[in-house]
Design a protein. Structure first.
Length: 210
């Protein structure tokens, strides 16, 4: 479990690092009104594919770690299923989005549908899991932030949808903040499993070594 959590943290951190790097690699893509997935269309789009791959590996490791760390009744199978859907939805990121201002292609539709379904499924998991951790009395210290991030996620998700529908000039910024909130929750939760802070006393400590 500790190894899986470490892999998850590494994958999520690399994902965020590459996204941050892309802002300098492609400064012509405005932060305010352009989606981050457009970085894949540029000359160095392969970098973004590395980020997607890192996110996928991190998500698989995180999913397995959660399944091992929280046996019933501490684990919600419905929530884990939702995160499994969100993990599979990452694969749709490899379908290129469409350039800004162009008509939406089949690849673009797949990309957008995956982003919506995956984002929604991830948020459901985060909300349920955060509530369970809170009920177990594990959200202490810096881990109290998990509940705040879990509440902020759906709000930002809705704002992104509305901003995209209205073609707002701030949709890019809102999307970036939403992604950051989501990834911070995952990294913090993975670190809690890695250190054992977010594990119930009923969980066998020996499982940490796996």
């Amino acid at each position: 479990m500790r190894r899986l959590s470490s892999v998850a943290i590494a994958g999520f951190s690399l994902f965020l690092f590459v996204l941050f790097l892309m802002h300098f690699v492609h400064p012509e893509i405005a932060l305010t009104n352009r989606f981050m997935s457009e970085y894949a269309l540029g000359e160095h789009g392969w970098l973004l594919n590395i980020a997607f791959s890192a996110n996928l590996i991190g998500s698989v490791a995180f999913l397995v770690a959660v399944y091992q760390a929280y046996p019933p009744p501490h684990r919600s199978n419905a929530a884990v299923t939702c995160y499994g859907i969100a993990t599979l939805a990452i694969l749709t990121n490899f379908f290129p989005t469409d350039p800004y201002g162009r008509a939406v292609s089949l690849s673009g539709h797949i990309h957008n549908l995956g982003g919506f379904a995956g984002g929604l499924a991830a948020l459901v998991f985060i909300m349920i899991h955060s509530v369970r951790l809170h009920s177990l009395g594990l959200l202490r210290g810096c881990y109290r932030a998990l509940l705040l991030l879990a509440v902020s996620g759906p709000i930002l998700f809705l704002v992104v949808l509305v901003a995209a529908a209205r073609m707002s000039d701030v949709v890019g910024i809102v999307q970036r903040v939403y992604v950051l909130v989501l990834m911070l929750w995952l990294i913090l939760a993975a670190n809690g499993m890695r250190t054992g802070t977010l594990l119930s006393k009923r969980v066998d400590p020996a499982a940490l070594a796996t």
